[in-house]
Design a protein around this ligand. Structure first.
Ligand code: AMP
Length: 182
C-alpha cells in the first residue's frame, strides 16, 4: 500500500523547509508544522496504520527523537509495543550501542539489551522522520539485530535522495519513504 497523490501533497505541503539550519547550506525539513496540522498528521498516521496492519509486527522501534512521535503513535494504533533507540547515555538500563560516522566525528546510538526479549525473533519496524546519509538508521538496524530481533522494514516520512542513505540501507532491509526529495 502506497500513498495517493492527494495524500502525498497534503503531507508534503505541511512540512516546512528551514534554510541554513543547523548550519549554512542545509535545508532542514521541519516536521513540527506537520504535527501542528491535524489533517496532515492524521493522513500520515492513517496511511502508516493501513500499510503496516498486515505486516504481523511485534514492535515499532523509533529513532531519537522525532522517530518517537510517529513510532509511539503507530505502535498504539497497531496494538504493539514501542522501543526507543536513543543517543548515547540516555537509556537507564543495560544497553547495546553502535557507533556511526558523521561528516565530522562519530556518534553513537543505544538500545536496551532486553528490548525485544519477550518475543523470539520479534518482527520490528524501524521508523524515523528523515533519512539523509543513513548513518543513524543503519546503526539502528544493526542494534535491532544485535538485540535478537529482525528489522522487517525501515520507514521514513522524508528521504533525501541526493544523499545515498536510502540506497545503502536497502542492502540491509526493506525501506519505505513517503516523500522523496531529489
Ligand atoms: P543521517 O544519519 O545522515 O541519515 O541523518 C538522519 C537524522 O538526522 C534523522 O534523525 C533526521 O531527523 C536528522 N536530519 C538529517 N538531515 C536533516 C534535514 N535536512 N532535515 C531534518 N532532519 C535531518
Amino acid at each position: 500500500m502506497t500513498l495517493s497523490n492527494t495524500e502525498r501533497k497534503i503531507i508534503e505541503n505541511s512540512i516546512r523547509d528551514v534554510k541554513d539550519f543547523p548550519k549554512p547550506g542545509i535545508v532542514f525539513k521541519d516536521i513540527t508544522t506537520l504535527l501542528n496540522d491535524a489533517e496532515a498528521y492524521g493522513v500520515l498516521m492513517n496511511h502508516l496504520y493501513q500499510r503496516y496492519k498486515g505486516y504481523n509486527l511485534n514492535y515499532i522501534a523509533g529513532i531519537d527523537a522525532r522517530g518517537f512521535i510517529f513510532g509511539a503513535a503507530l505502535a498504539q494504533m497497531l496494538g504493539i509495543g514501542f522501543v526507543p533507540i536513543r543517543k548515547k547515555g540516555k537509556l537507564p538500563y543495560t544497553t547495546i550501542s553502535e557507533k556511526y560516522s558523521l561528516e565530522y566525528g562519530i556518534d553513537e546510538v543505544e538500545i536496551h539489551i532486553d528490548a525485544f526479549s519477550k518475543i523470539q525473533n520479534a518482527r520490528v519496524l524501524l521508523i524515523d522522520d528523515l533519512i539523509a546519509t543513513g548513518g543513524t538508521a543503519n546503526a539502528a538496524a544493526r542494534l535491532i539485530k544485535q538485540a535478537g530481533a529482525s528489522c522487517v522494514e525501515a520507514c521514513f516520512v522524508v528521504a533525501l535522495n541526493f544523499l545515498d542513505g536510502q540506497k545503502n540501507l536497502k542492502e540491509t532491509t526493506n525501506v519505505y519513504s513517503l516523500i522523496e526529495v531529489n
